[in-house]
Design a protein around this ligand. Structure first.
Ligand SMILES: *[C@@H]1O[C@H](CO)[C@@H](O)[C@H](O)[C@H]1NC(C)=O
Ligand SMILES: *[C@@H]1O[C@H](CO)[C@@H](O)[C@H](O)[C@H]1NC(C)=O
Ligand SMILES: *[C@@H]1O[C@H](CO)[C@@H](O)[C@H](O)[C@H]1NC(C)=O
Ligand SMILES: *[C@@H]1O[C@H](CO)[C@@H](O)[C@H](O)[C@H]1NC(C)=O
Length: 390
């Protein structure tokens, strides 16, 4: 991958020297917002370059993501929920608690679903937004990348009574949150509506291209005709491809045992050329008595093991299977993370894997290199800013 890194470095040098001056911070904000801007952790579970993550069952008190990752190997995403009110502060936020160290130890990208619960959307003022930013900063101070999934499924929760307010209130709240976190380079604003067959209906909820870093849509398979294309293709075209934003599925799953393996496989085997901005997905690993049992790892049957060839039998094995990749070398480590794993995992499985498209893989690697260098530059710029402010 030396050639690709050299190429990326060359491109970056050109970008910086183009007008002889460092880019202004607004330019960096814009540069941060493109499909190459989200890099997966080097050692996490990937298949076909698609990152796999989990939402550990949190309904019955604290649970560590180890219950899943000791079987699967490291997660790419760790999804968790917080309900907050107007009095939100760092110390009383239920999103923190013991979870911070669990998220940190997992090495995953944190997908923080921060839900305005006992505060209306119009109550998410700049003051409340500043407190949300402080909570998030607790995470980023630990080196964790955060996808801030503020008021997710807004198109559904404003009708169910969970969130209060209109699409206009939502957009105002969103922009307040965005303004509060925009100077934090490790936070990405994640716009995440609920499944709808009417993509056009989402337009009134769009807060503006400059304020969104990552997009995705939640959808759960309930019938045989639900496919990756039927759920995501239209949304992907409208919000990811056309805006050049990374596409991440924050929540998905199924309670029907006859779909579990196939749905997991479908999520983890999409074409790199058709969905080139698709970064990964998180499975809703919950057993909810009121809705059903979504589990594919920690339930009675380990469906994930049948499907995800990159999975280790335990954490140690998985770490070993990724050891050919250097953790400090994210530009190339993002690519082909599952290759090393194949030799140790699931040799008896009958699943087939689409051969990687080498053009798409090379492009993704270049994009990842650029992204990683952008991050490095951002951190240099922030160090300079800190020194200047002293
Ligand atoms: C996962 O593995 C670690 C290291 O072996 C162990 O300390 C931890 O208790 C395990 N967690 C679970 C839930 O089994
Ligand atoms: C999301 O959308 C689906 C399909 O339109 C609907 O059945 C569901 O109730 C909505 N909300 C949640 C939380 O799933
Ligand atoms: C689960 O899926 C199978 C296959 O499509 C279907 O026959 C069955 O009715 C589904 N079960 C439930 C509870 O929906
Ligand atoms: C491979 O990926 C490139 C870039 O995304 C695309 O243009 C090309 O059509 C793909 N080729 C195949 C065979 O899928």
């Amino acid at each position: 991958m030396k050639f690709i890194e050299t190429l990326a470095l060359g491109a970056l040098t050109l970008a910086i020297s183009a007008n002889g001056a460092p880019l202004a911070s607004q330019d960096w904000a814009l540069k941060k917002r493109n499909a190459a801007s989200l890099t997966l952790p080097a050692n996490c579970l990937k298949q076909n370059n698609i990152g796999v993550g989990w939402l550990p069952d949190d309904d019955n008190g604290y649970i560590s993501i180890d219950t899943i990752t000791n079987t699967t190997g490291p997660a790419c995403f760790y999804g968790l929920y917080s309900h907050f009110g107007a009095d939100l502060s760092v110390s009383n936020s239920d999103i923190l608690g013991d979870k911070l160290s669990d998220v940190k130890n997992s090495g995953a990208i944190a997908v923080l679903s921060m839900m305005p619960f006992s505060v209306s959307l119009s109550g998410v003022t700049t003051e409340v937004a500043a407190q949300v930013a402080l909570v998030v900063k607790e995470y980023t101070d630990q080196g964790i990348t955060v996808l801030l999934r503020f008021a997710h499924e807004f198109n559904y929760y404003t009708t169910s009574g969970m969130f209060h307010g209109t699409s206009t209130d939502f957009k105002t709240a969103w922009i307040n949150i965005y303004n509060a976190v925009k100077s934090n380079p490790k936070v990405k604003m994640f716009w995440s509506p609920n499944n709808t067959q009417n993509t056009g209906s989402l337009a009134e909820w769009w807060p503006g291209d400059d304020t969104v870093d990552v997009v995705g849509i939640d959808a759960y398979k309930t019938q045989s005709t639900d496919t990756f294309d039927s759920f995501y293709q239209e949304f992907y075209q409208a919000y990811s491809a056309s805006k050049n934003l990374p596409f991440v599925i924050a929540e998905t799953g199924t309670i029907n045992d006859s779909y579990k393996a196939e749905w997991l496989k479908e999520l983890a085997s999409q074409s790199q050329s058709k969905y080139s901005n698709y970064v990964g997905f998180s499975w809703f690993e919950y057993n909810k008595p009121s809705e059903g049992d979504f589990r594919v790892v920690t339930g009675p049957i380990d469906y994930a093991k049948q499907v995800l060839t990159g999975m280790g039998n335990n954490k140690a094995a998985s770490t070993k299977s990724y050891s050919t990749e250097s953790a400090s070398h994210s530009p190339t480590a993002t690519v082909g993370g599952n290759q090393g794993a194949k030799s140790t995992a699931a040799t008896s499985q009958t699943t087939t894997e689409t051969p990687p498209n080498s053009t798409a893989t090379a492009l993704k690697s270049i994009k990842d290199s650029i992204s990683s260098m952008q991050n490095a530059l951002e951190s240099i710029q922030s160090s300079i800013a800190k020194l200047e402010s002293k």
